[in-house]
Design a protein around this ligand. Structure first.
Ligand SMILES: [Fe+2]
Length: 178
């Protein structure tokens, strides 16, 4: 019998909940299970952020068009690297990186990017909100990884939050200095 969508969803849910891929990584299994769940949450937020950068890149209009169009794509490219860092860390820990559109839509904690935005000021406001929100969740993640004594995951999240802070500066600078 061909598996239905529901069968597949159930199969993947039970696999996620009950088992890790074997690894010689010496981090304790219980900690890795928690880390995988927490990192998958950050992964969903990060993929959502990436789509929001593209949404801004495509739709921005006005006198600052070319600067913002290019900046938003530059941010998108770096956020894509953060997505990869998170997803591959999850797999290194023996987990499954859960990065499908369906999972992200359900799991992301970011506010949905408004579709009707047009001006540079509107996109700067919306994307700086998204970057700030994501930066906050990543910093929470650093604390969580420190508590679980996973210095490497904390380091990855620190690298990401450092980058996000830089991009927040680049975007917010458009609202300042007037
Ligand atoms: Fe483009």
């Amino acid at each position: 019998m061909t598996p239905t969508t529901t069968d597949r969803a159930e199969a993947s849910a039970s696999r996620d909940a009950t088992r890790l891929y074997p690894t010689k990584n010496d981090l304790p299994e219980a900690a890795r299970l928690e880390e995988i769940e927490l990192l998958n949450q950050r992964l969903a937020d990060c993929i959502d952020l990436q789509t929001q950068c593209k949404q801004a890149h495509w739709n921005v209009k006005g006198p600052a068009f070319i600067a913002l169009h290019k900046l938003f794509d530059e941010i998108n490219e770096e956020v894509e690297e953060y997505v990869d860092l998170l997803a591959e860390r999850i797999v290194q820990l023996g987990g499954i990186a859960e990065g499908t559109v369906g999972v992200v839509a359900e799991r992301s904690t970011l506010v949905d990017y408004p579709l009707g935005l047009s001006t540079g000021a509107e996109h700067v406001a919306a994307l700086s909100d998204a970057l700030a929100m994501f930066g906050r969740t990543v910093r929470v993640g650093i604390e969580e990884m420190n508590e679980l004594e996973d210095a490497d995951s904390a380091d990855i999240l620190t690298e990401i939050s450092r980058g996000v802070d830089k991009w927040l500066w680049f975007v917010e600078a458009h609202q300042q200095g007037a």
